[in-house]
Design a protein. Structure first.
Length: 437
């Protein structure tokens, strides 16, 4: 039976999550006889003593472990020889900042399983923080909207909302936002903001989390096609509008008369052109919740942003919650990621620059790259519930066998980027991004 380690998170002071809670460790130990070593941490949302009470050994030394679990990337100097690691490696897009880490993992003949690629036969992710990223992202976006409107001199009901990490619990945040919703239903939104429209780009787990918070307010869902006529309605005062955008609202084929084919778009994105900008002038807040890589058209380019803000009348768009958080990606104006300490900046379309805070001409962009850490308790509990079912299979696996003979569930195989230091079949393309490493 393998020994499993849980490393302390060290990426920044905000990262308080853990892949397994003390309760998960206790159940796995009692039911399967798995031994756990846990590095001590003063930041982790669960105290060291809670792990100790559940039978784990608290120690800095993880060298006796066969498998080491974490959440974020492992610092290069901490990568041990021949271990099996599980964490979010952020390498599958060939991210330059993590190629040195990947090279070290290869050099040390490690096996790397990335949570992001643990999927079922339909490609659906099974171990994820996405829903919680959406929840925290929407809370922070509402806080951002309140700050921006205050700077504009507009009294608004969102001013009472705090960033997600300042609430003691998620239920407390929900109650505060529900209270704002009751205020809007009773007194309405400021006239200058009517109609107040939140756009959600995407419909996966991240988008579902964002909508769960947004729907604590009095929302009316409309289709993208209805946006141009909202301002003509007489009933825009005591609710906000929500619109969810799918792929067919973001792009069109070279021949727009042909019916949109989602699978064809996934396979041949080069045959499609972006159309999302047509919706942007009607939005007050845009939440970007989509997966994006360079094969796909952007939602908004820098040039489109410049045109939007060059009009003599200021655009309605105040806030972009870039939950997907790919610098210069789907939202090209996202120039940098941020932290909960300084979560937002204003993008200047003419200077192609940013200034932290919410004051200035241009959209306020929220770009925190580890949003689930703002609700560390709930996100860790949910994540561990999904992960724990795979742990016994991994603990009992014969890692001395060949990759082809390895007997672990398919989802774990699909997430295995490295096996004993070698890129596995579906991930060999990453080598193209590693240069001479």
């Amino acid at each position: 039976m393998a020994v499993i380690g849980i490393r302390r998170e060290s990426k920044n002071r905000w990262e308080r999550r853990t892949p397994l809670t003390p309760q998960h460790v206790g159940r796995l130990g009692n039911d399967h006889g798995i031994k756990f070593l846990v590095q001590p941490s003063d930041l982790r949302i669960f105290p060291n003593d809670e792990y100790r009470e559940m039978g784990a050994e608290i120690t800095d030394d993880l060298s006796p472990c066969d498998i080491i679990l974490g959440v974020k990337e492992v610092p290069i100097h901490e990568i041990l020889q021949g271990k099996t690691y599980m964490f979010f490696s952020h390498t599958i897009k060939g991210q330059a900042q993590n190629m040195e880490m990947l090279s070290k993992l290869m050099e040390n003949e490690t096996t790397l399983i990335d949570y992001e690629k643990i999927t079922d036969e339909q490609g659906r992710r099974l171990v994820f923080f996405g829903w919680h990223a959406g929840v925290a992202g929407m809370i922070d976006a509402l806080w951002t909207l309140g700050r921006r409107l205050e700077w504009e001199g507009i009294r608004n009901p969102f001013s009472s909302i705090m960033p997600a990490h300042e609430y003691h619990s998620l239920p407390e945040a929900r109650e505060q936002i529900a209270s704002v919703g009751r205020n809007i239903a009773t007194y309405g939104v400021p006239y200058a903001l009517r109609p107040l429209v939140f756009g959600i780009a995407g419909y996966g787990n991240v988008a579902k989390g964002a909508q769960e918070i947004l729907d604590l307010l009095p929302t009316v869902e409309v289709s993208p096609e209805e946006l141009p006529n909202l301002s003509r309605r007489s009933d825009t005062g005591h609710h906000i509008y929500k619109v969810v955008f799918k792929e067919n609202h973001m792009v069109e084929g070279e021949d727009p008369s042909k019916q949109f084919d989602l699978q064809d778009y996934y396979k041949h994105p080069e045959g499609y052109r972006p159309t999302f900008i047509r919706h942007v002038p009607y939005l007050t807040v845009l939440m970007n919740c989509i997966y994006w890589d360079s094969r796909y058209p952007r939602l908004i380019t820098k040039e489109q942003m410049k045109t939007l803000y060059s009009d003599t009348k200021p655009p309605l768009l105040r806030v972009i919650g870039d939950i997907s958080c790919d610098p210069e990606g789907a939202i090209e104006a996202t120039l940098s990621t941020t932290t909960p300490a300084s979560p937002v900046y204003v993008y200047d379309p003419w200077e192609d620059s940013i200034s932290f805070g919410w004051k200035g001409t241009g959209p306020v962009i929220l770009a925190v790259d580890n949003l689930p850490c703002e609700i560390s308790l709930e996100s860790s509990q949910h994540f561990g519930e999904s992960l724990r079912e795979f742990i016994p299979f991994l603990a009992n696996a014969d890692m001395d066998s060949s990759f082809e003979d390895l007997k672990v569930p398919g989802p774990l195989m699909s997430g295995m980027i490295l096996f004993k230091g070698e890129l596995t079949g579906s991930f060999r393309y990453i080598k193209e991004h590693m240069g001479d490493r």
